[in-house]
Design a protein around this ligand. Structure first.
Ligand SMILES: [Zn+2]
Length: 255
């Protein structure tokens, strides 16, 4: 429970909406990505956008850097046609809700957000926050130890309307090949995934998986509804963040 208290301020709700004057650009991006059938494209353009969970990896005086799953926008990219965060910022509006904001006016039984439409699920993207909540959003700390089978783990996520959803489980395999998990891989994801016996659902995508010390060991990618969920591995997250110049907090054991 201390782990929950410590992590909740670092977790945010993400809502990505197409900009009204960029609908044609988004349609063209979907055409280039090439894996959304023509008949389904209108739903992505005219819908209410997509939601996911994210967590803070860097906090500055005037910005936050938030890591999220790219599942939320995977209708517009593929591994052969990657989309830069610059392009994403041009065509989508990104709305971030932090735990402080949600807690400040949430009452039991009250709906605080409109109904959303969700997409499937991940790669990773760092985005900046437009408006600033001046309270503390401490960056998460990453583990330096790779998780092993049977290690206990926990996940806190934020599916739409269900703030602070906390679940526990255990690691069941540290590195599954994507080919072993899915026959269809239209986006062309190439990474291996950590498998954990933990419940998840669409909208929790991007949630951090933490170990017993509260250190991040992976990020939710998919597997919603079954007994197992699949996570982007620590090495891939660290590599991605380093590549984007994010100075991360890491926890090292000195014995
Ligand atoms: Zn806040």
């Amino acid at each position: 429970k201390w782990l929950y208290e410590r992590t909740k301020d670092s977790i945010v709700f993400i809502h990505i909406v197409p900009k009204a004057d960029q609908l044609e650009a988004i349609e063209n991006l979907m055409k280039s990505a090439g894996h959304v059938e023509e008949s389904r494209r209108a739903a992505f353009i005219n819908g209410n956008g997509h939601c996911g969970t994210g967590f803070v990896v860097e906090q500055g005086p005037d910005h936050l850097k938030i890591l999220m799953s790219a599942h939320i926008i995977d209708h517009v990219f593929s591994s052969t046609n990657p989309v830069s965060s610059h392009v994403c910022n041009r065509v989508f509006t990104t709305r971030i809700i932090c735990d402080h904001y949600e807690s400040s006016f949430r009452r039991p039984g009250q709906n605080t957000h409109p109904q959303h439409v969700y997409a499937e699920v991940p790669r990773t993207a760092v985005m900046d926050l437009d408006e600033i909540c001046l309270r503390n959003h401490p960056p998460v700390t990453f583990s330096s130890v790779h998780p092993a089978p049977f290690d206990e783990c926990a996940m806190i996520s934020w599916p739409p309307l269900r703030h602070r959803t906390a679940v526990t489980g255990s690691v069941s395999h540290p590195s599954r090949s994507l080919l072993d998990l899915a026959q269809h891989n239209p986006v062309g994801y190439r990474m291996n995934l950590l498998e954990a016996k933990i419940a998840s659902e669409d909208g929790s995508s991007g949630a951090p998986l933490v170990n017993g010390s509260g250190k991040v060991i992976a990020m939710l990618h998919g597997g919603f509804g079954g007994p197992f969920s699949y996570f982007v591995r620590l090495t891939d997250i660290i590599y991605f963040l380093a590549h984007h110049g994010v100075v991360i907090r890491r926890f090292f054991h000195f014995n």
